[in-house]
Every structure is written in structure tokens, then in C-alpha cells.
Design a protein around this ligand. Structure first.
Ligand SMILES: O=P(O)(O)OC[C@@H](O)[C@@H](O)c1c[nH]c2ccccc12
Length: 260
């Protein structure tokens, strides 16, 4: 079993536990569920922002603990003040040391779109994403069938959530271009073996149809890379570790954006 298979197997167990604990009806009755959401498309194309989707990530399977000392409220508000177009908050417990509570906390203090960064394997998680304050859900092509991508994107749209489809290859892209998807993210990191290459983004950029916005995800640590990706047509850049590995991730982002 590769790491992605392990994460997905565990995720299915977690979802079964969550369903037994909190019904869909309870989620839908929360006041936060009824709020207006922020559109990823709108914020990514706002020229006053940087295009950066800044991530709060304490730990990852590839890097181990990155930073478990900083507060989600402080870091995410500093990211927003530094010009983030959106925030990404990990909610996976076992592999990323994240929590639903982190997203709930980030929601209370931010007025820009928030991505629930997790492994969606069940429609329940999409409803739950809205109920904890997320505006965007991630659909990872590598762990979903075409039918699931299409069903999940449709559900997300009906709830006013934006959908980010994550791909790593031409095959994953071509099979999953559903009209309910707003943004395509090319992950430079292969989730099956952790190898990274920005060339993945540069190559796939050419075959992403222009009706989708495109973002490049992972392993971005150099302002020059942003310039290269912008030239290739990318509207956004998902950055986590480069900021999180410092003692003050918000400041690291503010310094980084001076160079882009
Ligand atoms: O920390 P990085 O290398 O800047 O990467 C951020 C983000 O792209 C990465 O965390 C990520 C991309 N796709 C994912 C799917 C699940 C969990 C995490 C991810």
C-alpha cells in the first residue's frame, strides 16, 4: 500500500465515526452552514491580491513535524494581511496533525476563502466542510473515481462551495474535467512516492482548458518560480512548508511577496 492508499483507508474509518457522532441534519442546522461563502474564482482573479493560497500545515507524511508551535489564528490572519487570495487549512488528524477545530478557528477571524485541505472520500465530508466554515473543497483525482469527482463537485456547487480538482498527470486531468469544477490544481508532489517537480505544472498548464483557473501546488519556495508559473498561465500558487517551517510564517509570506 502506498501512503495515499493508507490515508484513504484511514479516512473512510474516520468518516464512519463522524457520521455516527453527528448527523447530516445536525451539520445543516449549524448557523455557520447557512452563511454566504467566498468565491475562490473571485479572490484568485482579484488584482489587489497575490494569487497565493497560503497553507497552515503542522506536519506532513513527507516532512514530519514542520511547525507545531504557532497558532492558527495568528498565522492565518497574518497570511491574509500579507495578500493571500485564499487560505488552506489541513483538517486531517493522523497524517498532518490538523483538525476541524483549526478551520473553525480560522473561519472566525478571516474574511477570505478557506480551503478544507483533506482527503474527500464521502459526500458527508463536503457537507461537513461547509459546516466548519470552509468555502472550498479539494477533490484529489488520484483517490476518486470519475463519477465521485462529478457527484462531489455537483454537491459542492449546490452548497455554494468552490471545487479545486487536484491532478498530477494528463490522465487524471482528462478524465475529470467536470463543468462544476472551478479551479484545477497541479500538484508538483506525487502523493504516492513524494517526488517533486515544478515541471509537472509547466507541462500540464498547456492542456488545462481555459475555462478553468489553474493553480500550482507544493514545493514552491523561490519567488522566481512564481514568475515562471505566472508566465505559464497560472493564476494561483499553493504554498505551505516554505512559510510554515519558519518561526513566523506570516512574516515569511510578507517577505516572500515583496519579491514576486
Ligand atoms: O508545503 P508545500 O510543499 O508548499 O505544499 C503545500 C500543498 O500543496 C500540499 O500540502 C498539498 C497539496 N496537495 C495535498 C493534498 C493533501 C495534503 C496536502 C497537500
Amino acid at each position: 500500500m502506498n501512503i495515499l492508499d493508507k490515508i484513504v483507508a484511514r479516512k473512510k474509518e474516520e468518516v464512519a465515526i463522524a457520521k455516527a457522532k453527528t448527523s447530516l441534519k445536525d451539520l445543516e442546522n449549524l448557523p455557520v452552514f447557512k452563511r454566504d461563502t467566498y468565491s475562490l474564482r473571485k479572490f484568485l482573479t482579484d488584482p489587489a491580491k497575490t494569487g497565493i493560497i497560503a497553507e497552515f500545515k503542522r506536519k506532513s507524511p513527507s516532512k514530519g513535524v514542520i511547525n507545531d508551535k504557532v497558532s492558527v489564528e495568528e498565522v492565518t490572519t497574518a497570511y491574509a494581511n500579507a495578500g493571500a487570495s485564499a487560505l488552506s487549512v489541513l483538517t486531517d488528524h493522523d497524517f498532518f496533525m490538523g483538525h476541524e477545530e483549526d478551520l473553525i478557528a480560522a473561519r472566525k477571524v478571516n474574511q477570505i476563502p478557506i480551503l478544507r485541505k483533506d482527503f474527500m472520500v464521502d459526500e458527508y465530508q463536503i457537507i461537513e466542510a461547509k459546516a466548519i466554515g470552509a468555502d472550498i473543497v479539494l477533490l484529489i483525482a488520484a483517490c476518486l473515481t470519475r463519477q465521485e469527482v462529478s457527484n462531489f463537485a455537483k454537491l459542492a456547487k449546490s452548497l455554494g462551495l468552490s471545487t479545486l480538482l487536484e491532478v498530477h498527470s494528463a490522465e487524471e486531468l482528462e478524465g475529470n474535467l467536470d463543468p462544476n469544477i472551478d479551479v484545477v490544481g497541479v500538484n508538483n508532489r506525487n502523493l504516492k512516492d513524494f517526488s517533486v517537480s515544478i515541471d509537472t505544472s509547466l507541462q500540464l498548464a498547456e492542456i488545462i482548458p481555459s475555462d478553468f483557473l489553474k493553480i500550482s501546488e507544493s514545493a514552491i519556495s523561490n519567488p522566481e518560480t512564481i514568475k515562471l508559473l505566472k508566465k505559464a498561465g497560472f493564476n494561483g500558487f499553493l504554498i505551505g512548508e516554505n512559510f510554515m517551517r519558519t518561526a513566523n510564517p506570516g512574516l515569511a509570506m510578507a517577505d516572500f511577496v515583496k519579491e514576486i
